[in-house]
Design a protein around this ligand. Structure first.
Ligand code: NAD
Length: 493
């Protein structure tokens, strides 16, 4: 188990070992109200802070996190059951994002001059202003990255933040808050509210939360979208995926096989952009599968530090993934897994499922475990069609040695992020916006877009030359009426 949730507390356990970690109290309604009031009050000055003040704060925060890297690795591993190198990558990607977003905050958020167009005596500019208080709700699968990424962007954009971490992994956020308090002049700028669904709901519904950023499942994302819709509250929704990989006949098959098992099995497949479906051109199918099996022979899955693949964090996830494999098996699909180690009941060994029919759950629903379905396709056209038939559109991966062909295929794929000859890496490139199409979400984090997403755009117009009156005001003369018609015909006709 990872956490047992009661009305009062979250009893946290290490999913890989079953060891009890800590009990964390669930925030009460009074604490929720008080936290928001403090956040609103802190927002009065923080909303007006300069970009360079926020940048200084973020740099201090980043350095303090890096100083405590080992504590983060240990905490992340203990509450998720993932492996040390995976937790270390979390720290690195988080620190890189904080560094990049701080560096680019000015470019994204400083006021911008805009052309006045035909109104030559006017001057226009856009200001990017914070919303006020940002409510952030995060999932358990990457408790540091998926928390710090929206938190850093919201703060850099000048918002104060109230965060609710996943009830399955509150400890990483508690550590994060402790570190923030040690470096911030005003700790109320970033606060956390540990809790489960009810606490998340209270944040979304709070009259003090001016924008919501939610990362989690599509099902809960839709509930949040509805609640925000009723309140006309802006929301960024980073939701589930069912990502595909396309392997063309001209691909570097060795690289594709290595990328496939990394993309599908790292973090035990519990990554929103995990590779879950692979479409392989028939002429290279047998060879590709052979290479996958060869790569998988180097993997072990279990609780020992030397095992490469970690635990299933959630008990419910374990049951769901097993059910998907069993359904495919019962329909006659061939299955290939690495051996299951003894005493590893909380682990699912990396598994390939061959050619499951598209109506099975393993093809349509998110799996969120170390399982990849491998499909033989006739050609590129079929691979694109089947990639796009999913309700999700988070990310996709294309393998071909022909760069132009790769780019052309990318232009036809319905997904928010596409990697050519690589897997997952697009998320780590902090300057690239990240987010989904279709059921995978609304809005973007990362990049200039992620900073702007936490800001409201305000347009300001002033006179470059102030005239006694404007041409279009009420006392427009008949003569000028005619002149304007001429201008319209000349300029736009
Ligand atoms: P989840 O939707 O169950 O929970 C996410 C968060 O929402 C948790 O903090 C939870 O307490 C909270 N929550 C639950 N009900 C709520 C409600 N009614 N109102 C407000 N908050 C509520 O998701 P999860 O199991 O924690 O995470 C796994 C899912 O997240 C997967 O579907 C995965 O694909 C997705 N995910 C998406 C991204 C992305 O960037 N697109 C990244 C990671 C995970």
């Amino acid at each position: 188990m990872s956490a047992i949730i009661t009305n009062q507390e979250m009893k946290c356990y290490n999913p890989a070992t079953g060891k009890h970690l800590e009990n964390v109290p669930i925030s009460t309604s009074k604490q929720i109200e008080e936290t928001f009031l403090k956040s609103k009050s802190a927002a009065k000055s923080f909303n007006l802070s300069t970009i360079s003040q926020r940048k200084t704060l973020m740099n201090r925060f980043r350095k303090a996190i890096v100083n405590r890297m080992d504590d983060f690795i240990q905490t992340i591993c203990s509450e998720t059951g993932k492996k040390q190198f995976e937790a270390m990558l979390e720290v690195m990607i988080s620190a890189d994002l904080m560094k990049n977003q701080s560096k680019h905050a000015k470019k994204a958020l400083a006021s911008e001059k805009r052309s006045p167009g035909i109104y030559l005596h006017k001057r226009g500019k856009v200001e990017h202003r914070p919303f006020g208080v940002a409510g952030i709700i995060s999932p358990w699968n990457y408790p540091l990255i998926l928390t710090i990424s929206p938190v850093a962007e919201a703060l850099l954009a000048g918002n104060t933040v109230v965060l609710k971490p996943s009830e399955q992994t509150p400890l990483t956020s508690i550590l994060l808050k402790k570190i923030f308090d040690s470096i911030a002049d005003n700790p109320d700028i970033f606060q956390i509210l540990p809790g489960a669904a009810e606490t998340g709901k209270a944040i979304v519904e709070s009259k003090y939360a001016d924008i919501i950023c939610f990362t989690g499942s599509t099902a809960i994302g839709k509930i949040i979208a509805q609640s925000c819709g009723e309140r006309l509250k802006p929301c960024i929704l980073e939701l589930g995926g069912k990502d595909a990989m396309i392997v063309l006949e001209d691909a570097n098959l060795k690289r594709a096989a290595k990328a496939c098992i990394w993309g599908g099995f790292s973090n035990a497949g519990q990554t929103c952009i995990s590779i879950e479906r692979v479409y392989v051109c028939e002429s290279v199918f047998e060879r590709f599968v052979e290479l996958l099996k060869k790569e998988m022979a180097n993997l072990t899955c279990g609780p020992n530090p030397e095992n490469r693949v970690g635990a299933m964090t959630m008990k419910s996830g374990l049951a769901k993934v097993k059910a998907q494999i069993q359904e495919a098996e019962s329909k006659g699909c061939a299955i290939y897994s690495i051996p299951q180690l003894e005493d590893a009941t909380r682990f699912i060994p990396p598994t390939l499922v061959f050619d499951p029919p598209e109506d099975l759950e393993i093809c349509s629903d998110e799996t969120f475990g170390p399982v990849i379905s491998i499909h033989k396709v006739e050609d590129e056209k079929e691979a694109i069609e089947r990639t796009n038939q999913s309700q999700y559109g988070l990310a996709a991966n294309i393998f071909t040695k022909n760069k132009r062909r790769g780019r052309k295929i990318a232009s036809k794929i319905q997904a928010g992020m596409i990697c050519i000859n690589d897997a997952l890496i697009g998320y780590a490139l902090a300057e690239l916006p990240f987010g989904g199409m279709k059921d995978s979400g609304i809005g973007r984090v990362h990049g200039l877009e992620g900073l702007k997403a936490f800001s409201q755009q305000v347009s300001i117009v002033e006179n470059r030359i102030t005239l006694g009156k404007e041409f279009w005001w009420y006392d427009l003369s008949e003569k000028f009426h005619g002149t304007m018609k001429k201008i319209i015909r000349f300029w736009y006709g």
